[in-house]
Design a protein around this ligand. Structure first.
Ligand SMILES: *Cc1c(COP(=O)(O)O)cnc(C)c1O
Length: 351
């Protein structure tokens, strides 16, 4: 069995093997999704999800097909004027490009890798009614510091949407500082791909009602009407919902998972320092805890990849413009301490 450090699809929680069999045997996978048994399972999954992730009780949780779908839902359902996109990497940029196709009133505000986008000029937000942020930029291993998200909340009166695809489930999130948070399951949740999750504030629901979009099968209002009845707008990923429910019942509260992830992230960055391998991100303030990126000459990166492959260890390739000069290491909760020791050994021997 390979050791997998790819930042998505990533290593599954080992218990998923048993849950897959349980799901098959329980009969839930061939049950009608309007049945009482399904509705109960959906409601239990959302209950466990909200409890373990410490989501405010008045925020609602819906399941979608992917994080990418959430990009579109947000533009279709929550933007009347335009959206402002702050990003420093490939995923934030892609979100901007998807949004622009649906609404020409999008403004891009790219910032540098090492930079904290500390905006004090409220005029910059005009006339956007939606601010789009990427909490954890999976392509380059940066993350937005919590105080910056809080400061945007104070400066900007519109809706704040945050892509937390590679951090939700691994770190504590300041839920109240934004209105829409979304992720997909193949990153920090240690689950198979093919399902997204959206966490929505009362303020966002109010905005959706004000806009009143009901044109799409995935209009936020239509999704919501269904979820309020423990139903879904289309035949959902029943297996994904089942597995998420089981894993959420099993995992520790996010406070404890987050503390462990933080210790491990510090361990990774100090390991690089000892080995004199530079991290791509030098500013500790904006370093990700869940996606750790190291950089080096192409020949060095190739050598590590080759050594890893020989030992059955999968490391994430660089992404976009950092494709051949960086490596990405997932620091997700499903990865064990033993896995990490194996990869550290390999790096030690590759120097
Ligand atoms: C992986 C990822 C996505 C895309 O997720 P899908 O499930 O493929 O839609 C979006 N944003 C970020 C930050 C990601 O890491």
């Amino acid at each position: 069995m390979n050791l997998n450090f790819y930042p998505g699809p990533s290593k599954l929680y080992p218990s998923v093997e048993g849950y897959l069999l349980d799901a098959y045997r329980s009969g839930i996978l061939s049950m009608n999704h309007r049945s009482g048994a399904f509705m109960e399972m959906l409601s239990e999954t959302i209950g466990a999800f909200k409890e373990k992730l410490a989501i405010p009780t008045d925020y609602e949780v819906y399941f979608t097909s992917s994080a990418t779908e959430c990009w579109e839902i947000i533009t279709q359902s929550l933007v009347e004027k335009g959206s402002l996109h702050l990003y420093n990497g490939a995923f934030g940029q892609k979100w901007y490009e998807y949004a622009k196709r649906l609404n020409s009133g999008c403004v891009a505000y790219p910032f540098d890798l090492e930079e904290v986008p500390d905006i004090k000029e409220t005029s910059l937000f005009q006339p956007a009614d939606l601010l789009c942020l990427t909490h954890n930029e999976t392509s380059n291993g940066t993350a937005l510091p919590e105080q910056i998200i809080k400061s945007f909340r104070e400066l900007f009166s519109g809706i704040i949407a945050i892509d937390a695809t590679s951090s939700m489930g691994g770190v504590e999130l300041p839920w109240q500082s934004a209105d829409v948070w979304f992720a997909s399951l193949q990153k920090c949740f240690g689950l198979p791909s093919g399902m997204g999750v959206m966490v929505v504030s009362p303020k966002a629901i109010q905005k959706a009602e004000q806009k009143g979009d009901r044109n799409y099968y995935n209009s936020l209002l239509f999704i919501r009407e269904n979820f309020l009845k423990n139903q879904t707008p289309h035949t959902p990923n029943i297996l994904g919902i089942y597995l998420l429910g089981k894993v959420m019942q099993e995992v520790e509260p996010i406070e404890r998972i987050g503390a462990r992830i933080q210790v491990r992230a510090e361990g990774w960055y100090s390991c690089f320092e000892k080995l004199s391998i530079p991290a791509l991100v030098q500013n500790p303030e904006v370093r990700s805890q869940t996606v750790i990126v190291l950089q080096g000459l192409e020949s060095f990166i190739q050598k590590i990849k080759k050594n890893a492959l020989a030992q059955g260890i999968i490391i994430g390739n660089g992404y976009g413009k950092w494709k051949s000069t960086t490596l990405r290491i997932a620091n997700f909760p499903a990865i064990s301490g033993k896995d990490i020791e194996s990869l550290k050994d390999l790096l030690n021997h590759s120097i």
